[in-house]
Design a protein around this ligand. Structure first.
Ligand SMILES: [Mg+2]
Length: 259
């Protein structure tokens, strides 16, 4: 069953890609609305938690799947795809494909890394929401959502040798990735793997797809490799111009693919 001909999907990181360094989105918001009115799917793929990403999905009434905690899980609204696919579990109206490792295990292993290296590692689990808000610049209500972690730990090394910490993380069987503000410890997964799984599901549902990716950090590179049209947003880049280009590519693709 292939009910529709084409689907354009934007895989979008949030911090530094859609949100600026003050977590503002005013300039990009109208473009998001334009993309949605073109029936483009917007799949957020972020280091953020389910709760944080839901905040933005609700704000813009986006009902597409999303990728949480750097590729640790894919959340697909039930009935979104009219096809059968494997998922790890069903919860809160989502079919969830889990690729990462449970947060409690990540925390336990980070403790081992701390003891082995003697480094002063501070993760979100060690901080209050107020402290996270202060350190990240997030408003308190979003910092509270950022603390509700399921699969990964953002952290900073306050004292110690970064290389030793990263090697120890790998030796403990975890992975790490670098976002705009924090390092993240997580299971053996990344945004690219999650993006690839979702693209395959879209391809079962639609005859043709065209994927666009937008990211600003090292943790986005695996995702940007997978998509048809990647955008890497430099720190100094004009985000609005990037998103305008995404909109015009989506419009052009829609015309081309429809013929
Ligand atoms: Mg980012």
């Amino acid at each position: 069953m292939k009910p529709e001909g084409i689907k354009i999907i934007v895989f979008a990181d949030l911090d530094g890609s859609l949100l600026n360094d003050k977590y503002e989105y005013n300039q990009i918001e109208p473009i998001i609305h334009q993309l949605l009115s073109l029936n483009v799917s917007i799949v957020f793929a972020s280091s953020k938690t389910r709760n944080e990403i839901e905040f933005y999905r609700n704000k813009w009434q986006i009902s597409d799947p999303f990728i949480v905690e750097n590729g640790s899980a894919i959340l697909i609204p039930e009935n979104y795809f009219g096809i059968h696919y494997e998922s790890t579990r069903r919860m809160l109206g989502y079919n969830i494909i889990e690729l990462g490792t449970a947060y409690c295990i990540i925390r336990e292993k980070l403790d081992v890394v701390r003891n082995r290296t003697g480094a002063n590692i501070v993760g979100f689990g060690d901080l209050t929401a107020e402290e996270i808000a202060k350190d990240s610049g997030l408003p308190l209500y979003l910092a509270q959502l950022a603390k509700k972690r399921e699969y990964s730990e953002p952290f900073k090394i306050l004292d110690g040798i970064e290389k030793d910490v990263l090697v120890a993380i790998i030796e403990e069987g975890l992975c790490y990735t670098r976002g705009g503000r924090y390092l993240h410890a997580l299971g053996n997964c990344d945004k690219g793997q999650a993006t690839s799984i979702l693209e395959k599901l879209y391809l079962q549902q639609f005859k043709r797809i065209f994927s666009i990716g937008v990211g600003d950090s090292a943790n986005d590179l695996t995702m940007l490799k997978i998509v048809d049209k990647p955008f890497f947003v430099n720190k100094t880049a004009d985000k609005k111009a990037v998103w305008k280009e995404i909109e015009s590519i989506a419009r052009a693709q829609k015309k081309t693919l429809n013929h």
